[in-house]
Design a protein. Structure first.
Length: 129
């Protein structure tokens, strides 16, 4: 028999990479949220700084907050947020996002999960403000 580890355990213990983050997100969240130019690689050090350094830890974090994130993503924007989004992304994107009920790209969902789990100060962009 030997001391072979189960395949799932080996997969869960793999070090976190940008590719792994993207693959996990695409299995857990709708494809419509897979847009934008945000880098998954820049999430790796942010997550590692919080103690999330392997695939299993990341999947557990995202699975734990999946329902809340999907609900948050579908919530209608205020008029101010809508105007801000229109100036940033254009009318076509905002009308499509409104019709299909999505706002956040995968990196935004990851950072929102970090905020939900560790608090707002855990996200680097929030610390700098």
């Amino acid at each position: 028999m030997g001391n072979r580890l189960p395949a799932r355990r080996i997969a869960y213990e793999r070090p976190l990479t940008g590719v792994l983050i993207h693959r996990t997100m695409s299995k857990l969240f709708p494809r419509r949220n897979d847009y934008g130019s945000g880098s998954f690689d820049e999430l790796v050090p942010e997550l590692q700084a919080l103690g999330i350094s392997c695939a299993g830890d990341f999947k557990r974090l995202m699975t734990r907050y999946r329902r809340a994130l999907l609900s948050f993503d579908r919530a209608p924007l205020s008029e101010f947020e809508r105007r801000l989004a229109t100036s940033d992304y254009g009318v076509a994107f905002v009308s499509d996002a409104t019709r299909r009920q999505y706002w956040f790209a995968y990196p935004g969902l990851v950072r929102t999960a970090i905020e939900m789990h560790f608090g707002e100060d855990a996200v680097p962009s929030k610390r700098e403000e």
